[in-house]
Design a protein around this ligand. Structure first.
Ligand code: NAG
Ligand code: NAG
Ligand code: NAG
Length: 433
């Protein structure tokens, strides 16, 4: 009591700032925007109060006779926040109060509660576009589109710019690769209205992979096409899943691992070094160090050859990649030899695809885009709409059990601009004639 009376007296006389006495002007002092807490006595750490100065430094923390600390020294500089009702500054979210410097997430953006003025605080938020967009969901589902959009909780809280790296992963094609001349089949044969490689070659088509949060679409698509084609081109003798991890981890030169890959470099690796199978080198979702011995075959790397082809010793390799461009050339190649690798351009709306025949809607963010490697396994028609049937690499929960349909014959999203076919080095005696 005596102490408090003494402080009040001194404060009124303007000699010292009474520590935490309720009649003092509330501030903030140390908590003013731009103010600092100092370890020694500096002018920048002092504030005018009742005609004198108070301080926000360690020296103000000594004895009573030197107690010239600003009233909010403790709460700001020592981080001892008084009960909220005493500050009078809070940020609101869903009926809850938050106090500086508390943070919350609004979808993919962090918001920080910051003091704005005496007694006031407000949210300061990042403003990045997120993967999931209300604009896309509402507008696409309003009708008039041949596809529907979903609100994927799995994508909630993710930034769009990161999705363009870690859900995709195909780097821009080199000028040389873009100039690659297409193969023309020009075959005047019967093309069924619907073709699904899973029905044409039951048990030979590799399942949907989830590349996770890693820009490895290039490795997943190439390994997928190789798996399918090894099985088909060997009449089922070499029916196994190829390992995208053996590309992701071991094809490092001129590649960026989970930050993306060059498809020409990767196909070249598959041709010169070869892949191993998924059982031997399972997917990890990260570009960990390669655990295969360079150039060494299956046995030296501890991989088991398929039971039906025990004589296989070399890794699984392919011939030079060929480019297809025309709708019917792509169809012919799939029908003859199996699924192909395609590269498309992805904008925000595509992440929302639920079912139907996709065509870019233009809703959502149109600044960010990325290239995506996928595997075309067939085609068809739905309500008079021609489509490609395509395997994505975001898990089986996405789209139509991991697959999507996209408009065919009009280079939708560039899906027909760079399609790759390959022949596999299957064990010769099993080669399909
Ligand atoms: C200031 O005072 C508080 C409370 O008495 C004490 O915990 C703290 O260690 C002191 N800080 C300094 C820098 O002397
Ligand atoms: C999508 O889901 C999130 C999280 O579940 C929800 O907050 C958001 O309102 C949903 N958006 C739409 C358009 O339904
Ligand atoms: C297909 O679309 C892509 C990208 O949208 C474009 O770069 C390419 O030139 C188009 N190709 C053809 C043959 O029209």
């Amino acid at each position: 009591m005596a102490n408090k009376l003494y402080l009040l007296l001194m404060a009124a006389l303007g000699l010292v700032s009474a520590y935490r006495y309720p009649d003092l002007p509330p501030g903030p002092y140390c908590g003013t925007i731009g103010a600092q807490c100092c370890s020694n006595r500096q002018d920048s750490c002092s504030h005018a109060i009742l005609g004198t100065l108070c301080y926000c430094d360690q020296f103000c923390n000594r004895t009573l006779s030197h107690d010239d600390c600003c009233p909010d020294y403790e709460e700001v500089c020592l981080g001892l926040l008084p009960p909220p009702e005493n500050i009078g500054e809070s940020c609101k979210e869903n009926g809850k109060s938050y106090f500086p410097p508390e943070k919350i997430m609004r979808d993919c953006n962090t918001c920080k509660c910051e003091p704005k003025a005496p007694g006031k605080a407000d949210w300061v938020c990042e403003e990045d576009p997120c993967m999931m967009s209300t604009e896309v969901i509402d507008n696409v589902n309003r009708g008039g589109y041949r596809w529907r959009a979903a609100n994927y909780t799995q994508f909630y809280g993710r930034k769009l710019k990161q999705a363009m790296v870690y859900k995709l992963g195909t780097l821009p094609l080199s000028a040389e690769t873009r100039r690659m001349g297409p193969i023309r089949h020009n075959k005047d044969v019967f093309y069924p209205m619907n073709f699904d490689a899973r029905d044409a070659w039951p048990g030979y088509i590799s399942p949907i992979v989830d590349q996770e949060w890693c820009g490895s679409d290039w490795a997943v698509a190439i390994a997928g096409v190789m798996s399918d084609r090894f099985a088909i081109q060997s009449n089922g003798a070499e029916n196994l899943r190829m390992s995208p991890q053996s590309l992701l981890s071991c094809n490092r030169r001129s590649q960026r691992g989970c930050d993306g890959g060059n498809v020409d470099v990767a196909w070249n690796f598959a041709k010169s070094q070869g892949l191993v199978d998924e059982d031997c080198y399972p997917y990890e979702g990260k570009a960990s160090p390669c655990r295969l011995r360079s150039k060494a075959g299956l046995i030296e790397n501890g991989c088991v050859p398929p039971a039906s082809v025990p004589q296989r010793t070399s890794r699984y390799k392919v011939g030079p990649p060929g480019r297809l461009q025309k709708e019917y050339d792509i169809m012919y190649d799939i029908m003859q030899s199996g699924p192909v690798h395609a590269i498309m351009t992805v904008y925000q709306d595509f992440f929302h695809y639920r079912d139907g025949v996709y065509r870019r809607s233009g809703f959502g963010n149109n600044q960010l885009q990325g290239l995506h490697s996928v595997r075309i396994i067939g085609w068809g028609e739905e309500r008079g709409e021609k489509y490609w049937l395509v395997a994505n690499s975001w898990g089986a929960w996405w789209g139509e059990n991991g697959y999507f349909k996209i408009a065919r014959g009009e280079n939708e999203s560039g899906i027909e601009s760079f399609v790759v076919t390959i022949l596999c080095d299957v064990t010769e005696s099993y080669r399909k004639k």
